[in-house]
Design a binder for this molecule. Structure first.
Ligand SMILES: C[S@@+](CC[C@H](N)C(=O)[O-])C[C@H]1O[C@@H](n2cnc3c(N)ncnc32)[C@H](O)[C@@H]1O
Length: 264
């Protein structure tokens, strides 16, 4: 396979990546044949999954606009993904042109594209790191150089925690981030939930293949709610991403929950 010029060296073109599959679902161009193939297999049994990706992206944008509207001027976006239309820094700067944004992702393609898009913008920083190691992120000089942790910060963990298995203690990761931010800070989270109905054998086969390939951990609403321990959920609470401060259709094909919690 020809290696696109934008593909960072060392990226395996034969292994699908969640960042690139998501980019493809959103209509982005930074994905490989192997990503498109897996995305199409998933979309063949669940075409609404594309809508769910857009619904999640809509939640992210509305959450950032809401947070900037409450006065937040610092955003730490963990698992930020491949930049596509409606990026966090665009949404934040729309409301607050002086807002600082730090993008963090483990995927080299996501990081390379984020760097290219924000080049020359001193308000935006891009770091390659793993959310499973929050201590390293919180003491990274690029992060501490960009964000003042004595002032409120919004931590965004949107459509990421389902890639963190229970064995990596996602609640513990969120708790460490919560402990590092001052009162008046916020954490926004969305995550794919367990299916509330039985899948057809065909749907189950694709779900199994995708969740195995990407180590996806589906969680119940109650489990997702525990990520907000120690935080006060802002209205409308933990709801379908399409319903968070909007009137979208619920994404029942891909049950998900989204919420924004304030550290009291
Ligand atoms: C579905 S995308 C979500 C992108 C963006 N947050 C959004 O909601 O539009 C998930 C992102 O999480 C990233 N990711 C997965 N596991 C991660 C980890 N352990 N540390 C950091 N990023 C991770 C993937 O590379 C991918 O870019």
């Amino acid at each position: 396979m020809d290696r696109p010029a934008w593909a960072p060296p060392g990226v395996d073109l034969e292994r699908p990546s969640t960042a690139r599959i998501y980019d493809y679902m959103l209509g982005g161009l930074h994905n490989f044949a192997v990503d498109r193939q897996m995305a199409e297999q998933v979309l063949a049994v669940g075409p609404q999954i594309r809508l769910a990706a857009h619904a999640n992206r809509g939640f992210l944008r509305r959450a950032v606009e809401f947070l900037a509207g409450t006065g937040i001027r610092q955003f730490l976006d963990l698992g930020s993904g491949i930049p596509t239309v409606g990026n966090v820094h665009e949404a934040a700067h729309h409301v607050a042109p002086d807002a600082k944004v730090v993008y963090v992702d483990v995927d080299p393609v996501a990081v390379a594209h984020s760097l290219a898009i924000v080049e020359g913008d001193e308000r935006v920083t891009v770091v390659r790191a793993d959310i499973r190691d929050p201590e390293t992120i919180l003491k990274d000089p690029r992060v501490t150089g960009a964000l003042d942790f004595t002032q409120p910060v919004a931590v965004l963990i949107v459509a990421v925690l389902h890639f963190v298995p229970d064995s990596d203690d996602p609640a513990g990761i969120v708790a460490k981030l919560r402990d590092a931010i001052v009162p008046g800070s916020y954490i926004a989270i969305s995550q794919v939930a367990t299916f509330p109905y039985e899948l057809s054998p065909e749907e189950q086969a694709v779900a199994d293949r995708y969740t195995r390939a990407n180590a996806v951990a589906l969680r119940t609403r109650e489990q997702i709610a525990t990520f907000f321990d120690g935080l006060e959920l802002v209205e409308p609470g933990l709801v379908d991403p399409a319903k968070w401060r909007a009137d979208g259709d619920i994404t029942e094909m891909v049950p998900s929950f989204a919420g924004v919690g304030r550290k009291p």
